[in-house]
Design a protein around this ligand. Structure first.
Ligand code: SF4
Length: 359
C-alpha cells in the first residue's frame, strides 16, 4: 500500500474460506493475500482488493473520435486516447495484446494525475478523452476521476469497453461517462466462452442498461473473424436483438480482423464479409451501420434515415463530405441524425499524434 499508484477499492467481499472476491466484473476473481486478479491490475493487498495502476498509463495519443469508433459523437473532433495495462477478458484474437496482456507494470511508462491528463487534453485541443487500448472496467476508479477532471474543463469522456461489468460498479461508473463504444465480440455464448473466457449475457445486460437507464451515447462494434463469428445466422441474430432491445438508432460497426496474438492461423477478414454483414443489418432496419478497418466509402458513410442521402461521407477516418446542421439534422430534408452534435464538424482529420506528459 506504500506504492503511490495503489489505491483501495470498494466492490469486493470476504468469502467463508478466507479468500476475498472482487465484484467488479463477472469474472469474480477469488484472491488469497498477494494474488492478482485475471486483469492483473487489481490485487489483494493488506486484506483488501486494491487497484495497482491508479494514475499510470501506457501512453497517450490524439486520434480522430471516429477511430474509437464513434461516428455520431462530436464528428471530426480530436480525442485524447489512453490506456493502462491488463484486461478482464482473455480474447485469443486480441488486437491490442501488448497492452492488455501485459504482465509487466513497466509497460505503464507515463504517470499522470487526473488533473494533469485533463490539462493535457485541453492543451492538445481535444473535445474528449477516451479510455481505450485496454478496458476501463478494470481501472474504472481512475477513469472516473479523469472524466470528472475533464468535465471541469468542458471535455467529455468516452469508454471503449467490452461491457463485461457487474451491475453495481457499472452504475457507479457510467454516470461519469458521456459516450461509449461497446465491443460485442460475437453473438453466441460458445464464442464468448471458448474464445474470450467470458459470457455473452453479461454484455447484453450492459447494452440494455446503457440504452434504457443512462443518457450515455453508445455505438457497438463487432470484429468479424473468418469462420468464427461471421456466419449469416449469427449476424442475423445479432441485428434482430439490437433492433428489438436497443432500437434502430444505435450505430453498429462491423470491423475487419487481422491475424494477431493467439489467432495467427486465421486469415484477415475479406471486405466482402463486412459488406454482407452491413447489408444484413440495414435489411433488418438498423439506421446506421458501418464497415471498419477497410477503405469502403459506402460502408464508412452516414445515410439520412429520412431521405437516404449520404450526409457524412468518410473514407476510413477521413471525412470527405459533411451535410449536417450544427444540431445534427440532415441539410437536405431536416431529419435528425441520432447522436451528439455541438456545432460544426471538427477538422482533426485522420492524424494520430503521440503525446508525452509534460512534453
Ligand atoms: S476486475 Fe479484475 S480482479 Fe476484479 S473480477 Fe474482474 S478480472 Fe477479476
Amino acid at each position: 500500500m506504500d506504492d503511490p499508484f495503489t489505491v483501495p477499492t470498494r466492490w469486493w467481499h470476504r468469502l467463508d474460506d478466507g479468500r476475498i472476491q472482487c465484484d467488479v466484473c463477472p469474472r469474480a476473481c477469488r484472491l488469497h493475500e498477494g494474488q492478482r486478479g485475471l486483469c492483473f491490475v487489481r490485487a489483494r493487498v493488506d486484506d483488501q482488493v486494491v487497484l495497482t495502476s491508479y494514475g499510470r498509463s501506457s501512453g497517450f495519443c490524439v486520434d480522430p473520435v471516429e477511430k474509437k469508433p464513434l461516428n455520431h459523437f462530436l464528428p471530426g473532433s480530436a480525442v485524447l486516447s489512453f490506456g493502462t495495462a491488463g484486461c478482464n477478458l482473455a480474447c485469443k484474437f486480441c488486437q491490442n495484446w501488448d497492452i492488455s496482456k501485459s504482465r509487466d507494470i513497466d509497460t505503464l511508462a507515463d504517470a499522470a494525475s487526473p488533473q494533469t491528463l485533463a490539462a493535457l487534453a485541453e492543451r492538445a485541443g481535444c473535445r474528449s478523452v477516451a479510455f481505450t487500448y485496454n478496458d476501463p472496467v478494470i481501472f474504472w476508479e481512475y477513469a472516473a476521476d479523469v472524466a470528472d477532471a475533464c468535465h471541469e474543463r468542458g471535455i467529455k469522456a468516452i469508454a471503449v469497453t467490452a461491457g463485461y461489468m457487474n451491475p453495481g460498479p457499472r452504475e457507479a461508473f457510467y454516470p461519469h461517462m458521456d459516450a461509449a463504444n461497446v465491443d460485442l465480440k460475437a453473438f453466441t455464448e460458445e464464442f464468448y466462452h471458448r474464445t474470450c473466457a467470458a459470457h455473452l449475457a453479461d454484455v447484453l445486460d450492459t447494452l440494455r442498461y446503457l440504452r434504457h437507464e443512462t443518457d450515455v451515447w453508445f455505438e457497438i462494434t463487432t470484429l468479424l473473424i473468418p469462420g468464427r463469428n461471421d456466419c449469416d445466422a449469427e449476424i442475423e441474430a445479432e441485428c434482430a436483438w439490437i433492433l428489438d432491445n436497443l432500437g434502430p438508432d444505435v450505430p453498429l460497426h462491423f470491423t475487419a480482423f487481422h491475424p494477431d496474438y493467439k489467432m495467427t492461423d486465421v486469415p484477415a477478414t475479406p471486405s466482402a464479409t463486412l459488406t454482407r454483414a452491413r447489408e444484413t443489418a440495414v435489411r433488418h432496419g438498423l439506421h446506421y451501420v458501418y464497415t471498419g478497418n477497410v477503405h469502403d466509402t459506402d460502408g464508412g458513410s452516414t445515410f439520412c434515415p429520412g431521405c437516404r442521402r449520404a450526409v457524412v461521407v468518410r473514407d476510413w477516418y477521413r471525412m470527405l463530405r459533411y451535410e449536417l446542421t450544427d444540431a445534427g439534422a440532415c441539410m437536405n430534408c431536416g431529419t435528425p441524425v441520432a447522436g451528439v452534435y455541438d456545432g460544426p464538424a471538427g477538422h482533426w482529420g485522420a492524424r494520430r499524434l503521440p503525446l508525452f506528459v509534460g512534453g
